[in-house]
Structures are given as C-alpha cells and as structure tokens.
Design a protein around this ligand. Sequence first.
Ligand SMILES: [Mg+2]
Length: 180
Amino acid sequence: MNYEERTMKSNKIYEGHILSLRVDTVELPDQKYSKREIVEHVGAVGVVAITEDGQVVLVRQYRKAVEKSLLEIPAGLVNASEEPGLAAKRELQEETGYTCGRLDFMTEFYPSPGFSTEKIHLFLARDLVQGEVNRDDDEFLELESMPFEEALRKVYLGEFSDAKTMLALLLAKDFMEEVE
Ligand SMILES: [Mg+2]
C-alpha cells in the first residue's frame, strides 16, 4: 500500500525548547478524516566512542520521562544549522571530554515515527584524546567506560533500555570489523 495523508488543518498546541506538539487533521484514502498528534523535534546525534584500549565510553544519566537512570552512548541535540558530524564531535567533547581524530557516520533513523519527526544520526568515534568536560548547566552525568565486548553482551542480555544505544553498539561492531 502506498498512500499519503493530506493535511487539512494543523493546530500548534505547544512550543517548547526541544520540541513542539501539533495536531494535524488528515484525509485518509477512503476520504474520511482523522487526527495525528505529532511531536516536532530538532534531531539528535549519538556517538559510540572507542578508546585506544578498546573501551566504549558511556554516560549514565537520570531520564525524567521514564523515571530511571539509564546507561547510554553520549548524545545530544543538533543545534540550528549545525551539521550532524559537528554536533557529534561537540556532544562527545561536552559530555565526556574526549575529542576524536576519526569520526565515521554509521546510520540515521527515526526512533518514534508513529508520532515524532525526530531523527537520530549515529557515529563511531575513534582516535580519542582526553580533554576537558563541558556539560550543560542542567546536565548531570556519570561516565562509565567498559570493554566494547562487554557492552555488546549487555545489548544481547537486554541490559540496555535505550534504543539508540543498542542500535549504535550493534552497528559499531560491524564498522570496527571492516578492513580499514
Ligand atoms: Mg546528552
């Protein structure tokens, strides 16, 4: 099936700092109408950062939306008119202090296309150099590094809850196995 939903009306409900919410009235293929609640999001980046000795640098952070402390890859929002690769380098540096000599794009995906425009760009960072951490004022994170293989095992054991982290680690395995 290949059809589009024509927007008949669009109502902005809320405009926030990182997202806005609109409700669209759409026309369906059978000419009936329905409503779509849509979260507009600026987009984000996530980075699998691998140290010289094969550790992956993860961050533990309290996520209010799910009321849990989650272990995730370093990640953050893409600034207006910022190129995703630059956002990835910036977020990695701000959250972990690391700069990277090599950054490979892995993939981009929609984490919740049922209701959100959010797109996440995933990168693999290597040739890391430790520098200074520079977090946002409202950002409290703890760094947790572990061998890459251990992180991968945790994906298969269901010990991560964050989808971008799981996908990124699985993809990173393939990227690192590629002949350089
Ligand atoms: Mg972040």
